[in-house]
Design a protein around this ligand. Structure first.
Ligand SMILES: Cc1ncc(COP(=O)(O)O)c(C=O)c1O
Length: 390
């Protein structure tokens, strides 16, 4: 007799997988022999630059790199990260206490609530937002308080709208600029408000900077850590995934307040055994070398962004050119839901997009497209969209 296997409440509390129906429609379109254009995935199509791969190859043959790495990360990688922050954001960090290697920033997002959230504690989570903020909170038995990101507020959370009894109970807050999925950016004045708010209510701030260096038109995204007082209240998660086309490598860092970094480190010490050293060496090469590869990536994304956004605008869609990220956040007519719009685009034009509601209820009214696809495919996508009747 086989076991009666039941999932723990924390798993059954996970929201239903909204993308399952889309995946099925995508598979159906492929089965029907349609030429599917996938504008749904946020994963660079461009390869990791050769000098980074070369460093992995060289270091992977050294037996010293085959053993368990340090839990907190190699000191040299953490120093490279600190030097990168000094060089690009003028932020001084002590690599030994204020920088921790992560196995991707998703790992940091998922683990940080385990370090600071007791059952029932409140976590402030942006809506729409990267789904792992909510998942990490639920796994720690915390309660999410959703901060709507609305167009009229430039897709920034309105901190004044958070009731003071909620703010008093909140232990942790996630923010993310440049933002997924809205592609919105923020300036230092928003970060200053976050610092004041966090100090007033004693809230740990986790700024997810996964797209900090995927920027266009000369825009330079500020670090949360540049803000006066930020090191008293928070950390930033920096990822090499998007900057260097390294999503598969799993390498990132948590940087900032030493106590918060050490809490996250304690969780990691108990749950994982650190990042493979050759990947950290490759990460050092990425951070320490000239950044021409990043400039080139961004030039390619910018060109694609212009093709897609200008094309959609010509067709009458309500969409603006983002200054950062490879996402395009598109307002859809009020007469159709984002899920129905996504289904319609797959059926009528074999274009895969992501419904805004998949990122939270305040994402309704939007769909997200990515520019991690070639120029030709984006031109083709716009041509197909011209024939879609909404
Ligand atoms: C906002 C945001 N944060 C974090 C991540 C995770 O990135 P990684 O774990 O590859 O560093 C993603 C990936 O899509 C993301 O969109």
């Amino acid at each position: 007799m086989s076991l009666n296997v039941t999932f723990a409440d924390r798993l059954t509390k996970m929201p239903p997988y909204l993308f399952a129906a889309i995946d099925e429609m995508k598979a159906e379109a492929k089965r029907a022999g349609k030429d599917v254009i996938n504008l749904g995935v946020g994963d660079p199509d461009l390869p990791t630059p050769p000098h980074i791969i070369k460093r992995l190859q060289e270091t992977a043959t050294d037996p010293a790199n085959h053993q368990y790495p340090s839990y907190t990360g190699m000191m040299d990688f953490r120093k490279s990260m600190a030097a990168y922050y000094k060089r690009t954001r003028n932020v001084e960090l002590d690599a030994s206490k204020q920088v921790l290697t992560l196995i991707g920033s998703k790992e940091g997002v998922g683990h940080i609530p385990l370090a600071f959230i007791n059952p029932g504690d409140t976590v402030l989570v942006p809506d729409p937002g990267y789904p792992v903020y909510g998942a990490g909170t639920t796994f720690a038995n915390g309660e999410q308080y959703l901060m709507p990101l609305l167009k009229e507020n430039g897709f920034l959370p309105d901190l004044d709208a958070i009731p003071s009894d909620v703010a008093s109970k909140a232990k942790l807050m996630f923010i993310n600029y440049p933002n997924n999925p809205t592609a919105a950016c923020c300036d230092m004045s928003f970060f200053s408000k976050v610092v004041d708010f966090a100090k007033e209510y004693n809230i740990i701030v986790v700024h997810d900077a996964a797209y900090a260096d995927v920027t266009f038109d000369g825009y330079h995204a500020p670090s949360f850590l540049e803000t006066p007082g930020a090191l008293d209240v928070g950390i930033e998660l920096y990822s090499l995934s998007k900057t260097y086309n390294m999503t598969g490598w799993r390498i990132a860092a948590a940087l900032g307040n030493a106590d918060i970094v050490s809490g996250l480190g304690k969780v990691k010490t108990n749950l994982d055994s650190g990042a493979f050293q050759p990947i950290q060496y490759a990460g050092m090469t990425a951070l320490d070398s000239g950044q021409e590869c990043v400039t080139e990536n961004n030039r390619i994304y910018e060109e694609r962004r212009d093709i897609l956004v200008e094309g959609l605008q010509r067709l009458g869609w309500n969409v603006e050119k983002p200054k950062a990220t490879f996402y395009i956040w598109i307002e859809i007519p009020k007469s159709i839901t984002s899920t129905d719009m996504t289904a319609l685009l797959i059926k009528e034009s074999a274009i895969v997009t992501t419904p805004g509601v998949g990122f939270g209820k305040h994402g309704e009214g939007y769909i997200r497209m990515t520019v991690t696809t070639s120029k030709d495919r984006l031109i083709e996508a716009v041509e197909r969209m011209a024939k879609v009747s909404v």
